[in-house]
Write a protein that binds this ligand. Sequence first.
Ligand SMILES: Cc1cc2nc3c(=O)[nH]c(=O)nc-3n(C[C@H](O)[C@H](O)[C@H](O)COP(=O)(O)O)c2cc1C
Length: 178
Amino acid sequence: MNILNFYYSQTGNTGKIATTIGVTLQSLGHTVETLHAEKDLDINFLAYDFLFVGSGVYQWLPGKPMLDILRGHRQKYSDAGKIVPCSPRLPGKKAVIYCTYAGVHTGINEAVPAVKFCAQLFDHLGFTIVDEWYFVGDFKTAEFIKGNTGGRLGDITGRPDTRDLQDVEQRVRAILKV
Ligand SMILES: Cc1cc2nc3c(=O)[nH]c(=O)nc-3n(C[C@H](O)[C@H](O)[C@H](O)COP(=O)(O)O)c2cc1C
Protein backbone atom coordinates (compact mmCIF):
# COMPACT_ATOMS: atom_id res chain seq x y z
CA MET A 1 0.00 0.00 0.00
CA ASN A 2 1.23 3.47 -0.92
CA ILE A 3 0.97 5.66 2.17
CA LEU A 4 1.50 9.37 2.84
CA ASN A 5 2.45 10.49 6.34
CA PHE A 6 1.87 14.25 6.17
CA TYR A 7 2.13 16.50 9.20
CA TYR A 8 2.85 19.92 10.61
CA SER A 9 4.69 20.38 13.89
CA GLN A 10 5.88 23.69 15.30
CA THR A 11 7.26 22.50 18.64
CA GLY A 12 7.88 18.80 17.94
CA ASN A 13 4.88 17.06 19.48
CA THR A 14 3.12 16.12 16.27
CA GLY A 15 6.54 15.25 14.88
CA LYS A 16 6.87 12.52 17.53
CA ILE A 17 3.51 11.08 16.52
CA ALA A 18 4.37 11.25 12.81
CA THR A 19 7.71 9.54 13.40
CA THR A 20 6.00 6.72 15.28
CA ILE A 21 3.43 6.37 12.49
CA GLY A 22 6.21 6.18 9.90
CA VAL A 23 8.31 3.67 11.81
CA THR A 24 5.28 1.47 12.50
CA LEU A 25 4.21 1.49 8.87
CA GLN A 26 7.70 0.62 7.68
CA SER A 27 7.96 -2.20 10.21
CA LEU A 28 4.79 -3.61 8.66
CA GLY A 29 6.38 -3.53 5.21
CA HIS A 30 4.51 -0.57 3.74
CA THR A 31 5.90 2.08 1.45
CA VAL A 32 5.51 5.36 3.29
CA GLU A 33 6.44 8.89 2.35
CA THR A 34 6.77 11.29 5.28
CA LEU A 35 6.36 15.01 4.53
CA HIS A 36 6.43 18.01 6.84
CA ALA A 37 4.12 20.86 5.83
CA GLU A 38 6.23 23.67 4.37
CA LYS A 39 5.16 26.73 2.44
CA ASP A 40 4.28 26.08 -1.21
CA LEU A 41 4.49 22.30 -0.91
CA ASP A 42 2.69 20.68 -3.83
CA ILE A 43 1.42 17.18 -3.09
CA ASN A 44 -0.48 14.77 -5.30
CA PHE A 45 -2.69 13.35 -2.54
CA LEU A 46 -4.58 11.24 -5.05
CA ALA A 47 -1.43 9.21 -5.72
CA TYR A 48 -1.75 7.59 -2.28
CA ASP A 49 -4.05 4.83 -1.00
CA PHE A 50 -3.84 5.81 2.65
CA LEU A 51 -3.17 9.19 4.23
CA PHE A 52 -2.13 10.02 7.77
CA VAL A 53 -2.54 13.78 8.19
CA GLY A 54 -1.77 15.52 11.48
CA SER A 55 -1.02 18.90 12.99
CA GLY A 56 -0.56 20.68 16.26
CA VAL A 57 -3.58 22.80 17.12
CA TYR A 58 -3.15 26.58 17.01
CA GLN A 59 -6.11 28.72 17.97
CA TRP A 60 -8.47 25.83 17.31
CA LEU A 61 -7.11 25.13 13.84
CA PRO A 62 -4.10 23.41 12.30
CA GLY A 63 -0.85 25.37 12.12
CA LYS A 64 -0.70 27.95 9.34
CA PRO A 65 1.53 26.01 6.90
CA MET A 66 -0.90 23.07 7.06
CA LEU A 67 -3.90 25.38 6.80
CA ASP A 68 -2.48 27.12 3.74
CA ILE A 69 -1.51 23.89 2.01
CA LEU A 70 -4.96 22.39 2.51
CA ARG A 71 -6.66 25.56 1.30
CA GLY A 72 -4.36 25.80 -1.73
CA HIS A 73 -4.96 22.18 -2.67
CA ARG A 74 -8.72 22.57 -2.26
CA GLN A 75 -8.56 25.31 -4.88
CA LYS A 76 -6.25 23.31 -7.13
CA TYR A 77 -8.43 20.18 -7.02
CA SER A 78 -11.59 22.21 -7.44
CA ASP A 79 -10.16 23.92 -10.54
CA ALA A 80 -9.16 20.50 -11.90
CA GLY A 81 -12.71 19.16 -11.48
CA LYS A 82 -11.71 16.68 -8.78
CA ILE A 83 -14.12 18.10 -6.21
CA VAL A 84 -17.69 17.51 -7.28
CA PRO A 85 -21.10 17.61 -5.58
CA CYS A 86 -21.85 14.68 -3.27
CA SER A 87 -18.12 13.82 -3.05
CA PRO A 88 -18.40 10.26 -4.41
CA ARG A 89 -16.08 7.82 -2.65
CA LEU A 90 -12.83 6.84 -4.27
CA PRO A 91 -12.76 3.06 -3.79
CA GLY A 92 -9.99 1.91 -1.48
CA LYS A 93 -8.78 5.41 -0.55
CA LYS A 94 -8.69 6.06 3.18
CA ALA A 95 -7.42 8.71 5.58
CA VAL A 96 -6.75 9.12 9.28
CA ILE A 97 -6.72 12.69 10.55
CA TYR A 98 -5.15 13.54 13.89
CA CYS A 99 -3.86 16.36 16.01
CA THR A 100 -1.87 17.04 19.13
CA TYR A 101 -3.45 19.56 21.45
CA ALA A 102 -3.24 20.95 24.97
CA GLY A 103 -6.94 21.52 25.66
CA VAL A 104 -6.29 24.04 28.43
CA HIS A 105 -9.53 25.93 28.19
CA THR A 106 -12.26 23.69 26.79
CA GLY A 107 -10.54 20.33 26.56
CA ILE A 108 -10.93 18.35 23.36
CA ASN A 109 -13.50 20.81 22.02
CA GLU A 110 -10.79 23.31 21.18
CA ALA A 111 -9.04 20.70 19.04
CA VAL A 112 -12.05 19.30 17.21
CA PRO A 113 -12.25 22.17 14.66
CA ALA A 114 -8.62 21.55 13.62
CA VAL A 115 -9.22 17.88 12.90
CA LYS A 116 -12.54 18.53 11.17
CA PHE A 117 -10.93 21.24 9.04
CA CYS A 118 -8.04 19.00 7.98
CA ALA A 119 -10.40 16.15 7.15
CA GLN A 120 -12.58 18.11 4.76
CA LEU A 121 -10.19 18.37 1.81
CA PHE A 122 -9.81 14.60 1.77
CA ASP A 123 -13.49 13.90 2.38
CA HIS A 124 -14.29 16.28 -0.49
CA LEU A 125 -11.89 14.37 -2.74
CA GLY A 126 -13.59 11.07 -1.87
CA PHE A 127 -11.25 9.58 0.70
CA THR A 128 -13.08 7.78 3.49
CA ILE A 129 -12.05 9.24 6.85
CA VAL A 130 -11.62 6.02 8.79
CA ASP A 131 -10.69 7.65 12.10
CA GLU A 132 -9.85 10.88 13.91
CA TRP A 133 -7.22 10.77 16.63
CA TYR A 134 -6.55 13.31 19.36
CA PHE A 135 -3.22 13.16 21.22
CA VAL A 136 -2.26 15.40 24.09
CA GLY A 137 0.77 17.64 23.51
CA ASP A 138 2.30 19.94 26.09
CA PHE A 139 3.54 23.51 25.73
CA LYS A 140 7.26 24.06 25.26
CA THR A 141 7.76 27.80 25.55
CA ALA A 142 8.04 29.91 28.72
CA GLU A 143 5.12 32.06 27.62
CA PHE A 144 2.65 29.18 27.69
CA ILE A 145 4.25 26.58 29.95
CA LYS A 146 1.95 27.29 32.88
CA GLY A 147 -0.80 25.83 30.68
CA ASN A 148 0.78 22.41 31.27
CA THR A 149 -0.84 22.26 34.71
CA GLY A 150 -4.22 23.46 35.79
CA GLY A 151 -6.02 23.22 32.46
CA ARG A 152 -8.96 20.99 31.62
CA LEU A 153 -6.68 18.00 31.04
CA GLY A 154 -4.72 18.35 34.28
CA ASP A 155 -0.95 17.91 34.21
CA ILE A 156 0.09 17.36 30.60
CA THR A 157 3.83 17.91 31.09
CA GLY A 158 5.89 15.64 28.86
CA ARG A 159 3.06 14.57 26.61
CA PRO A 160 3.08 12.89 24.21
CA ASP A 161 5.01 10.42 26.35
CA THR A 162 6.10 6.81 25.88
CA ARG A 163 2.61 5.50 26.60
CA ASP A 164 1.08 7.89 24.09
CA LEU A 165 3.51 6.70 21.44
CA GLN A 166 2.71 3.07 22.24
CA ASP A 167 -0.94 4.01 21.77
CA VAL A 168 -0.07 5.50 18.37
CA GLU A 169 1.67 2.30 17.30
CA GLN A 170 -1.29 0.16 18.35
CA ARG A 171 -3.73 2.45 16.59
CA VAL A 172 -1.73 2.36 13.35
CA ARG A 173 -1.57 -1.43 13.42
CA ALA A 174 -5.32 -1.65 14.05
CA ILE A 175 -6.51 0.94 11.55
CA LEU A 176 -4.81 -0.81 8.65
CA LYS A 177 -7.15 -3.76 9.24
CA VAL A 178 -10.28 -1.62 8.76
C1 LIG B 1 0.27 29.80 20.25
C2 LIG B 1 -0.34 28.47 20.62
C3 LIG B 1 -1.69 28.27 20.41
C4 LIG B 1 -2.28 27.05 20.78
N1 LIG B 1 -3.62 26.88 20.58
C5 LIG B 1 -4.21 25.73 21.01
C6 LIG B 1 -5.62 25.54 20.88
O1 LIG B 1 -6.36 26.37 20.34
N2 LIG B 1 -6.16 24.41 21.36
C7 LIG B 1 -5.41 23.43 21.95
O2 LIG B 1 -5.97 22.44 22.41
N3 LIG B 1 -4.05 23.57 22.07
C8 LIG B 1 -3.46 24.69 21.60
N4 LIG B 1 -2.09 24.84 21.71
C9 LIG B 1 -1.28 23.69 22.19
C10 LIG B 1 -0.67 22.90 21.02
O3 LIG B 1 -1.69 22.49 20.14
C11 LIG B 1 0.04 21.65 21.52
O4 LIG B 1 1.10 21.98 22.38
C12 LIG B 1 0.53 20.81 20.34
O5 LIG B 1 0.97 19.56 20.81
C13 LIG B 1 1.65 21.48 19.56
O6 LIG B 1 1.99 20.65 18.49
P1 LIG B 1 3.38 20.73 17.72
O7 LIG B 1 4.47 20.66 18.77
O8 LIG B 1 3.38 19.56 16.83
O9 LIG B 1 3.39 22.02 16.96
C14 LIG B 1 -1.49 26.02 21.34
C15 LIG B 1 -0.10 26.23 21.51
C16 LIG B 1 0.47 27.44 21.17
C17 LIG B 1 1.95 27.63 21.40
